[in-house]
Write a protein that binds this ligand. Sequence first.
Ligand code: ADP
Ligand code: MG
Length: 447
Amino acid sequence: MLENIWNETIKTLKETLPSSKSMWLGFIEYKSSTEDSISLVAKSDMYINAFNDSCKADVQSLLDELSGRHIQITIEKGEVSKETASLNKQEKTESKPAAPKRKSTLNPIYTFDNFIPCEETNFAYNAAKAIAMNPGISYNPCLIYGGVGLGKTHLLESIGNYIEAESNNRKNVIYVTAETFTNDFIESLGNKTAPAFRIKYRKADVLLIDDIHFFSKKESTQEELFHTFNELYENQKQIVFTCDRPISELNDFTDRIKSRFQRGLNINLKAPDYETRVAILRKKCQEKQIRISDQVINYMAENIKTNVRDLEGALTTLVAYSKLVKSDITLEIAQEQLKNIVVAPIASEQDISISSIVKEVSSFYKVDVSDIKGKKRTAIIKDARNVAIYLTRKITQYSTTEIGTYFDRDHSTVTHSIDKVDKEKKTNAELSSSLDAMEANIRAKAR
Ligand code: ADP
Ligand code: MG
């Protein structure tokens, strides 16, 4: 049975992951399995590393989802069968003509056409389009910020793809993640190729850097970024960055960079509403030729409110499962398969209200409930507020946007509070056990 589940997992991921990730699945082979573990083999360490880095997490989560238990994955170096080797070759040559000749690192699947805007994201969508149509002129620089899975990368790469297509690849569009930029920079220092690094980034017509919060605490990279930024900006080259929070909240960013961005366009990407979640699911089904009833689509859109990535993940799980059991996706199947993602939101929202969480936190920290929701900024109140936000996210099904509405904070402040507590509890055992205690109390009272 595990072998079937493995096959279905790989088939689904090959269809749904971007090819830059899924290509590595072609180099590994199923070897054996037990009740709850699976052994894989690949020809060399390079393939093993590439698999681990690019798609192991996706494989793990879908395997666990489909089997309903945690599956241990091990992979070792060894001979792959002749069939796999020839299959790999065949896949490679087959996919060659289809692959567009791109010198860029952009992923062609991200376009404005398949981004579905809603009232919440309309402004972001139109601004991104305006940038793509008039790079370096309309909105420069531009920062797109917001929580995970809300389409920042999608919009950023759409800008790049649009400009490349319109200019017939004459415009030099550079898309990198902040991590790649940092690694490139570090490597250039080690190899004494700093000039090459500078030339590469400073001759961009359009520089797109994804997830710039990664630059936090990396002072020399920030310094280099600053010079690149200035040179491009002075020459009216377009600069678009994405970040998980507004630039003002990047505490260890130099003021020089912050002030450059404060002068530009800052776009807050928010979570889509119910109607848009339905529209996104319909579009994804259409793109992937998946047949699924309105009832199931509505069920998913009602219950998965966190972000678009979670919606897509749920759809992938359902499709893989329905293929495995060779059945249509019924509402019962959806409810059963998605129970780990959808934690009975109606019950939990009834049982555990935000106000009961705030009450518990307020008595733990000995601060007033009204202060937690208010504007005071003393250390103890700030701590209590962050913890209340963190616990709400952890215990309830409310989206970060909804939590923001309750606490009268914007979405990015909520994300920031959650990150802060999450990080701190890893090194602060006292905080970690206080969190557990508060959570246990909240749950006990809800029973
Ligand atoms: P982020 O970079 O903000 O974490 P992504 O851009 O990676 O999020 O989006 C996660 C997934 O959701 C991607 O597959 C993306 O195509 C999809 N997505 C996000 N927003 C939309 C939208 N409005 N319409 C269609 N697909 C979307
Ligand atoms: Mg992203």
